[in-house]
Design a protein around this ligand. Structure first.
Ligand code: HEM
Length: 116
């Protein structure tokens, strides 16, 4: 089954808007990567202050291939390259990547057609 890679971002309160704006204008390249299955930007409401960037991939190799190529272009100025000189400052003050294996999954059952 698939693997899930979550980037957990620590974002100072005054940077939240900046972060969300950057994601709103993200490259949109990941959608075309081989083995990419899902992306969500999760805004914390309760239990944690960290934003989660949820991504799901066919396998580890697909994720690694994205990391080594398209990811770098998709993070121009927003991630580690957004240092003091020239580039934008990163909105996040810290980031940690978590890896999971999907063990089970489910979605809602298809609804039966209801003849009104
Ligand atoms: C140094 C750590 C990282 C920081 C601070 C960071 C932050 C950001 C920001 C601000 C964006 C919006 C685009 C931009 O302004 O650059 C972005 C895009 C994205 N990030 Fe990260 N990121 C980091 C590493 C990662 C990692 C390890 C993953 C994998 C789980 C990831 C997954 C994504 C995805 C899927 C997008 C959207 C790319 C697209 O639209 O093609 N990021 N990230």
């Amino acid at each position: 089954m698939s693997i899930v890679k979550i980037n957990a971002l620590t974002v100072p309160a005054e940077q939240r808007e900046v972060l969300e704006r950057r994601f709103a204008s993200r490259a949109g390249v990941v959608e075309g990567s081989d083995g990419f299955e899902w992306f969500e930007l999760l805004r914390p409401l309760e239990g944690t202050d960290r934003y989660l960037v949820y991504t799901r991939w066919r396998d580890e190799a697909a994720f690694q291939a994205w990391m080594e190529g398209p990811m770098k272009a998709a993070h121009r100025g927003g991630g580690e390259e957004g240092g003091a000189e020239g580039g934008r400052r990163p909105a996040a003050s810290d980031s940690t990547v978590w890896t999971f294996e999907v063990v089970q999954q489910a979605g809602p059952k298809p609804r039966e057609e209801s003849g009104e």
